[in-house]
Design a protein around this ligand. Sequence first.
Ligand SMILES: O=C(O)CCC(=O)C(=O)O
Length: 311
Amino acid sequence: MLDSGPDSMTQRTTVFPNVDRVLRFIPLGVEEPRVLTPTQIRRYNDAGHLFPIDIFSSAEIAEIRAYIDDLLPRALAAGWGNYQVVNWHKHCRGIWDIVTEPRIINVVVDLLGDTVILRHSHLFAKLPGDPERVSWHQDASYWPLTPSRVVSAWPAIDDVDVDNSAMQVIPRSHHHAQLTFRNSNATENNVLNQTVDNAADYGDAPVVLEMRAGQISLHSDWILHGSEPNGSNRRRCGLAMRYLSADVRAYDGWNANSISCRGTDAGGHWANHPRPHSEAIPTPQSAAGQLPAHISTFATPEASAAALGSR
Ligand SMILES: O=C(O)CCC(=O)C(=O)O
């Protein structure tokens, strides 16, 4: 947990006081969806999430899992933490292929329209016995984007359930737009660094996004969500992939890591990283400054490697 300030009691509403942003949920959905049904689009807009959606066959996801099984120990050996595989679509061909998977983009097109940008990717590999949680938060609160209208797709790389701490959401909380939050405190073991207190007050009862490997969930950048420490002896790995339409604007260089996945970014605002040639992972030194400040350094590579061994 990266404690980003001395005070974890103060309630705040922004970490970007100088950026003028449209901070509310904007309903999504195209008129003639091709993959999602109108009912599913309504459910996404009403509840702020949608799951499970079948994408990868069991053979396909087994191949992806084998790829991650190889990548993760290499990342840990290089000095990265298990929550620090961020934007590796710029370096690793296999990650690029997942985030640009046409069947996933087809789903996202039904929500965002014909132009889809992947803004960033983040592997959430919760290791067996992993003490870290993801405290209740709203993604939009972390990102200097306007209007904040991001769809996250989260493919389950392992089977995810209550026991290995699947992600949970507070349905309908996205209708509240920006909520107050505080800096997380060290005892929370938060992977990130914001915490919304009393999350249950802002929507329906929490829903656990239990899925079979190969399925994806979708969630709005405004929905409250998080996950508990992993008390099981099974890994719980998913790749969070953040999509938006090209008309969204990013500040502070948050347009630098993207891929234009579908359609044309007429304004050229978003970077368009090509498919990497290899699986070369970055060294922590060469990537200095590229990791967003809210990604924890709490899990040491040593602790991660020890836990990984028990998978
Ligand atoms: O994987 C998790 O436990 C949390 C992921 C998350 O916060 C996100 O995808 O926005």
